[in-house]
Design a binder for this molecule. Structure first.
Ligand SMILES: *Cc1c(COP(=O)(O)O)cnc(C)c1O
Length: 373
């Protein structure tokens, strides 16, 4: 297909020109785990752990957004685990964020440290200045979840290259629609498609993308041998989500920006973070490497009770974990043990009408504040 077209246009029309008369316009779900295979076991498909046409079609779609080879997994953590399994060996040092998705550190500490991998951590905003000598693999997460700090991907990639370290960027909060770590020099992007890419809070999915075949081959081999294969039904739902991801992210991003701007003036709101705010500590770097700032904002209210009252009083806020869904949601991250204040709220904007959502938020803040006196 014409390479001058945008990834979204190519994604939406990737089937159109290949169809024969009477073929289904929507990609079918092919559930088969085995394939007609007489004689020698050589065919386009042999067994679903090795490859399934529905899963491959969605991978090809994701590859358009990533502009890179993409390996799809049944969750974001399965994608991240594949990266560690494929590229870490006993004695290796791995540097990961100290303030990003906490399960990454839990996975390394529980299963990789006992195998002789040395794990070091660094806050996201200092990652680009970390000492990488002797480091095998760096995993940065930008913007970080839940605090939304940002690191300079190009600067980090230059340092990694100079030290012979591989760089992976967890692109879950931004998605390839808003940020292209591979263009900025990263070797891999990893992410949870569970969040904004699938977008409807009804499947788990994740992927690893990269442009160096030799680095991607062990990722694919690990999936085939380790067996972390997504179901074709979930892959189908992911491709449905991908078709609207840009529209959903545009609305959610507009709402997040409007909401962050409105919250600036509220006296009970402290520590407000949104990389899109011109005076946010992340803004300069975010502006240089992102084309939009995503659906998530974070802020503190005066204590856990106050924050819970706010979430409960909001008519358009689902009290739930995760983010990037069509419905706005929020939670106090302290309940998971994140290193944040008790009243810290992570709020994910959905596709609700922007004005209506901002007004409802301000009203809920007023109710929560009134009940505290
Ligand atoms: C949710 C998340 C993951 C893990 O994704 P799952 O699909 O839940 O396994 C990884 N990284 C970040 C930044 C996330 O927010």
């Amino acid at each position: 297909m014409d390479r001058s077209l945008s990834p979204l246009a190519r994604f939406l029309h990737r089937r159109s020109k290949k169809l024969g008369k009477g073929d289904p316009v929507t990609p079918p779900i092919i559930a088969s785990t085995s394939f007609h295979l007489p004689g020698e076991p050589e065919a386009s498909h042999v067994y679903a752990r090795y490859g399934n046409p529905t899963v491959e079609d969605v991978e090809a779609g994701l590859s358009l957004f990533e502009e890179a080879e993409t390996v799809l997994f049944p969750s974001g953590m399965a994608a991240i685990a594949s990266l560690f399994h494929a590229h870490l060996r006993p004695g290796d040092r791995v540097l990961v964020h100290s303030d990003g998705y906490y399960n990454v550190r839990a996975l390394l500490n529980r299963f990789f440290v006992p195998m002789g991998i040395r794990v070091e951590t660094c806050p996201t905003r200092q990652m680009a200045y970390a000492d990488l000598s002797g480091v095998r693999l760096v995993l940065a997460e930008t913007p970080s979840n839940p605090v939304l700090d940002v690191c300079d991907i190009s600067a980090l990639a230059r340092r990694a290259k100079a030290c012979g370290a591989l760089l992976a960027v967890d692109n879950t909060t931004a998605t390839p629609l808003l940020q292209k770590p591979l263009d900025l020099g990263a070797d891999f992007t990893v992410m949870a498609d569970t969040k904004a890419m699938a977008g409807h809070s009804d499947i788990l999915a994740g992927h690893v993308a990269g442009r160096d075949e030799a680095l991607m081959e062990p990722i694919r081999a690990w999936r085939r041998l380790g067996g972390a294969v997504i179901s074709p039904f979930d892959a189908f739902l992911l491709q449905r989500g991908l078709a609207t991801a840009e529209l959903r992210l545009a609305r959610a991003g507009t709402t997040a920006m409007a909401l962050a701007t409105a919250l600036r003036g509220m006296k009970e709101v402290t520590g407000l973070r949104y990389p899109g705010l011109p005076d946010d500590p992340s803004h300069q770097t975010a502006h240089a490497q992102m084309s939009g700032y995503g659906p998530v904002i974070s802020f503190c209210l005066p204590g856990r009770d106050h924050a819970e009252r706010f979430i409960a009083a909001h008519p358009l806020l689902t009290p739930a974990t995760s983010f990037g869904g069509v419905h706005a949601s929020a939670e106090c991250r302290a309940r998971w043990g994140d290193a944040v204040p008790d009243g810290f709220v992570r709020l994910s904007c959905g596709i609700e009408p922007t004005g209506e959502f901002v007004e409802a938020t301000l009203a809920a803040l007023e109710i929560a504040a009134a009940r505290s006196v």
